[in-house]
Every structure is written in C-alpha cells, then in structure tokens.
Design a protein around this ligand. Structure first.
Ligand code: HEM
Length: 420
C-alpha cells in the first residue's frame, strides 16, 4: 500500500470529527480512491468492513441487491453501542425499516408508499410547499438582514414539509426537530447530546409514542397523507406489524429533513463561496432545477450505508468473502474524477450532476428523492428572487457525525431586494 495513506486511515474513516471537516474528509477519501479504493478497515471501536470509495464500485454493489444485502448492518455503530442495543432489544439492528429490509419484504413495504412519493404525485404538494417557501423567506427577511441560515431557516423548512407529508400538527415541530437531531447528530455534543446510541434509542422510543397517537387518529379519521397509508396498510391481506409501522414513520420523519436541510444550507454556502455560480442562477433562474442536483452532489448529506455480501465475490479488484460488510462512501463517490469532470469544482450548470449517488442507487434509491428536489428548487427560487447580496457573516460549522451530517451553523448577512 502507498505511503500517502495516513497510518491512522481506519480511524479517520470512522471518526465523527472527519465528517465535521470537509477538507479532512475529502483529503482522506481522495487518497483512498487513488491508493486503495476498496479498503479493508479495521478500527478499534467498530467491527471491520470494506470502505468502498469509487463511484462505479458503489453503483455495482448497490445494483446487485441479490448478493449485497441491507440486513443485518446498515450504518456505523460502535461495538459498545451494538452490544447495548442487543441487550435492550435482542437485535443489533436499530429498527426494521426500509433500509434494513431485503426482498421480498423490501419490495412489499416500499410499494406501500412508492406511488405517494413518486415525482408526479409529489408535484401535488407544489402549491403548499411554495406557500411554505414564501413564509420561510418572509421569516428570513423579518430577521433584519442577518441570520444563522442553518439553524433559523434550513432546519425548519424541510421539517415542516415532512410534517405536511405525515399529517402531523405544526405545533409539534420543535419536538420533531429535537428528536431527529438526537438520532442523527448524537455524536455531536452541540446538536444531539453527544451520548451516541443511548440518545438514539431514547429518541426513537419517543417517536414511537408520538406516532401511536397519530395512527389511532387516522384509523378513525382517514386523510390524504402518509400517516393514513401506514395506519391502515396491509401486506398479503394482513395489517403490517406495529414495529414495522413505527420504523416506517421514523425513517420518513427522520430521514426526510436533516438530509434536505444539509443540502439546502450546504448549497447556499457553495453559492456564497462561488459568486460567479450564484450570478449564473440569478441571471437565469431556469438553471435552478439542474443546480439542485449539484447542491446535492456537492453536500452529499448521507455519508454512508452498508451492505453485506451473500457470497464470495470481487469488488473493485478485492476478494470479498460471504458475510463481509461493505461501507458505501457516497461523498467520496461524488468526488470521483472517473465519474465527474473536475469533481472539486462547484458548477450550477454541471452536465454530469445527475450522475450523483447522494440518494444511493438501485432498489433502495432514496424514496424521498423527488420530494427533496422539489423542496430545494422551490426554496432557492424564492430566495434568489427576493434576497440579494448574501454573504458570510462568520465561520460555518459542520455537525460531527459519521452517518448523516451537514452544516450546523451558517451565519449570513443579506439584503432583501425590495429594500435599498
Ligand atoms: C437531500 C436529501 C436526501 C438525501 C441526500 C437522501 C439520501 C438517502 C440515501 C443515501 C438513501 C439510501 C439509498 C441506498 O441505500 O441506495 C436514502 C433512503 C431513503 N430515504 Fe432519503 N435522502 C434525502 C431525502 C429524503 C426525504 C425528503 C425522504 C422522505 C420522505 C427520504 C426518505 C428515505 C427513505 C424512506 C429511504 C429508504 C429507501 C429504501 O430503503 O427503499 N429521504 N436516502
């Protein structure tokens, strides 16, 4: 192996701090792609795995769902936390949700909501989301020309959208935000309490209690929302189990907004840092729809998911054995120069942006991808139409978490267009 890979590369791959420093992350993973793109990683606190860092290898693994299963390992959990989870629940799996399922269950459970989340059907939400984006920018303007865009704006807008999707009342937003930050930001003391899996289990129990009430309500008052689909769902004529329903709610509620918030705040930061790209979007707002893919490629809020090999096989020239775990390193794949022209350049009109794998690939491709893209397009259309001179007003900071992370602070100054 080359000497350019850091000696402690296995720690770097797993350390939440790497993910709070985009330069550290990209330096380490660029070296991996060059020197050892499918890297056997054996850090002290985690069970070992292959880190798959190239775009083509990640796609090949994710497409071959028959040989690379989602069960039993989905994301990085320390051995100590896995043991704690096993003691408490009898399983090392956090929850039996879509990302933890394989066929035939995955196909059946995904089909319950797939058409609701399809591109055509989420367009029915366009009017409601546009009203929400207007209200969001009103709020930004009321803040008087300065705000912490990550905390004050980007954290709330996708959350409100998910509340609409689930049909949950607006007054419960602060509770939802706190719970999902505990789930994803649980290694960062500032956002999630910093106590790892204990935070996560506590938050997921609170989520379950909350959604039990919504389920009971929708069974007597059905509405046109995902909560009603889940409350009344059947597979092969049988109602779905309570654990599966809770896990379904949880993945939509939690996966649906931290991710999108990160793409929104990271997208804005990239525009501020690349003024010529911001100017292009302002001059031609029809570019915004395509730019959304570049925001998502650039930020790649989900840092990894795992797969487990069913049989011995080769991945990127390495001999993988049955039972080995593989970590799909999405942000690394999205900076792979074998897949993207000048991947470290942020370009709002990038021709190859749609090739990004920030939503994963294959049968588990993000269920909410059309919704996320719709939300981001509508918000940036509104921001760029009504706000000028957006600039940094302090140091941005990232959540230190190795699973889902993005900006936790983005202090900005700006000038509403209608005010001289
Ligand atoms: C920019 C925003 C988002 C990003 C970057 C993102 C990323 C991802 C990724 C990487 C996966 C795993 C894909 C794979 O294993 O191949 C995934 C799955 C999933 N996402 Fe998203 N997501 C986003 C927004 C959303 C939204 C808004 C929702 C909710 C409505 C959502 C719900 C889900 C669900 C339910 C799955 C599991 C799908 C399955 O296993 O079949 N996501 N997402």
């Amino acid at each position: 192996m080359s000497q350019t890979l850091a000696r402690n590369i296995d720690d770097i791959i797993t350390d939440p701090k790497t993910y709070g420093d985009e330069h550290a992350y990209h330096a380490a993973f660029a070296a991996l792609r060059r020197e050892d793109p499918v890297h056997w990683t054996d850090p002290p606190d985690y069970r070992p795995f292959w880190a798959v860092t190239r775009h083509a290898d990640i796609m090949a693994v994710e497409l071959n769902a028959a040989n690379f299963l989602n069960d039993p390992r989905q994301f990085l959990v320390t051995i100590a936390d896995e043991d704690m989870l096993f003691e408490q629940t009898g399983s090392r799996n956090f929850a039996r949700n879509l990302v933890a399922m394989d066929n035939p269950d995955h196909r059946a459970y995904r089909a319950l909501t797939a058409s609701w989340f399809g591109a055509k059907s989420v367009r029915n939400l366009e009017e409601e989301i546009t009203a929400l984006a207007r209200e969001t920018v009103d709020r930004m303007i009321e803040m008087g020309g300065a705000c912490d865009f990550a905390k004050d704006i980007a954290a709330w807008y996708p959350l409100r959208t998910i509340m609409i999707v689930l049909g949950a009342p607006r007054e419960d937003e602060p509770l939802m935000l706190a719970l999902s930050q505990k789930i994803f930001g649980n290694t960062d003391a500032e956002t999630g309490g910093g106590d790892g899996m204990a935070s996560m289990v506590e938050a997921s129990n609170a989520f379950n209690a909350y959604f039990s009430k919504i389920t009971a309500d929708r069974r007597t008052n059905p509405q046109n929302d995902v909560a009603t689909i889940l409350a009344t769902a059947t597979i092969d004529g049988e109602p779905i189990g309570e654990a599966e329903r809770h896990a379904y709610y949880l993945i939509i509620a939690a996966a649906g907004h931290d991710t999108t918030s990160s793409a929104i705040s990271g997208g804005l930061l990239a525009l501020i840092q690349n003024p010529a790209e911001m100017a292009k979007l302002r001059a031609d707002p029809s570019l915004i729809a395509g730019a959304v893919d570049e925001f998502i490629r650039w930020t790649t809020p989900v840092k990894h998911f795992f797969r487990t090999a069913v049989s011995d096989c080769e991945v990127g020239g390495k001999q993988v054995r049955a039972g080995d775990n593989l970590m799909m390193c999405y942000p690394s794949g999205n900076r792979d120069d074998a897949a993207f022209d000048a991947p470290f350049e942020f370009r709002v009109d990038r021709a190859d942006a749609k090739k990004h794998i920030a939503f994963g690939y294959g049968p588990h491709l993000c269920l909410g991808n059309a919704l996320a893209k719709l939300e981001i397009r509508i918000l940036f259309t509104e921001i760029l139409a009504r706000i000028d001179d957006i600039e940094l007003a302090g140091q941005p900071a990232w959540v230190e978490a190795n699973f889902v992370s993005g900006l936790k602070r983005l202090p900005i100054r700006f000038r509403p267009k209608d005010r001289a």
